[in-house]
Design a protein around this ligand. Structure first.
Ligand code: ADP
Ligand code: ADP
Length: 226
């Protein structure tokens, strides 16, 4: 669960990233976050990931109250979420298998568990046959599916996808969102930032629109609003 209560973020130079935001996202929801460049979408995500700290208000994410979060709690918070970036951020010198396994190795997951979980998530994203390939041998859509497998392998309660389809062609984009949709159906909360209205229109999900650091609209169902 994510809850913003009167949250503002003011950057050191005085710019407002977010202004008095109130919003609640329940476990199991699929939410699109929409907004023009400079609207505050990244600030919204960075606060949730605890990459930036709230200036005022209360923010609770997956049971962690972020305002006074202890440094030793940060890794636990981060493990409760999987993150997918627009530019994939795979490690170029590691093959597909190791890119995914790396996310488990850094958390000291037992070897047996790694051997079980990595093939499982690679199968889920349809890339088990590419396990030994290097990232630069894959198409953009495939690289993003590896990134998605890596985000999933720690079994997070929440997946944050920051413009995951920004660097891939439209057909592959739908495949990525369909995959997020299936992942959501088995219980994972999905928060996906995009500015592709066309993509949003194809799905029945809640859409939070941010403008000028504030929530402009929050529609439980896009189709109802038309
Ligand atoms: P978006 O992700 O929707 O493009 P951002 O959250 O990055 O928007 O930005 C929201 C506002 O905060 C913008 O006015 C932006 O210029 C400002 N901003 C973002 N990061 C910083 C920063 N580190 N320092 C100062 N201002 C920032
Ligand atoms: P898409 O599936 O998104 O249309 P491409 O047409 O670029 O992607 O790729 C088709 C196939 O060729 C994929 O299976 C991909 O793994 C492989 N491929 C793409 N680029 C390379 C490359 N540079 N080296 C080796 N294989 C590649």
């Amino acid at each position: 669960m994510i809850e913003f209560k009167n949250v503002s973020k003011v950057y050191p130079n005085g710019t407002y990233g977010l202004k008095d935001v109130n919003v609640r996202i329940d476990d199991g929801e699929f939410v699109f976050v929409l907004g023009a460049s400079g609207a505050g979408k990244s600030t919204f995500l960075k606060l949730i990931m605890h990459e930036e700290k709230v200036t005022s208000g209360e923010l609770v994410v997956n049971g962690f109250s972020l305002a006074g979060l202890k440094q030793r709690e940060v890794p636990k918070l981060r493990r409760s979420m999987g993150i997918v970036f627009q530019d994939f951020r795979l490690i170029p010198s590691m093959n597909v298998y190791d890119n995914v396994a790396f996310a488990l190795r850094v958390t000291d997951t037992p070897y047996r568990e790694i051997r079980k979980r990595v093939p499982f998530v690679l199968d889920l994203v349809g890339l088990i046959h590419k396990a030994k390939n290097m990232p630069n041998e894959l198409s953009g859509g495939e690289q993003q599916r590896v990134a998605l497998a890596r985000a999933l392998v720690n079994k997070p309660a929440l997946i944050i996808a920051d413009e995951p389809t920004g660097n891939i062609d439209p057909e592959m984009s739908m495949e990525i969102v369909d995959m997020l949709d299936s992942i959501n159906k088995v219980g994972t909360t999905i928060l996906m930032v995009t500015h592709e209205h066309e993509l949003i229109r194809r799905y029945d999900h809640r859409v939070i629109t941010i403008e000028g650091g504030s929530i402009l609209s929050d529609r439980p169902d896009w189709r109802d609003a038309r």
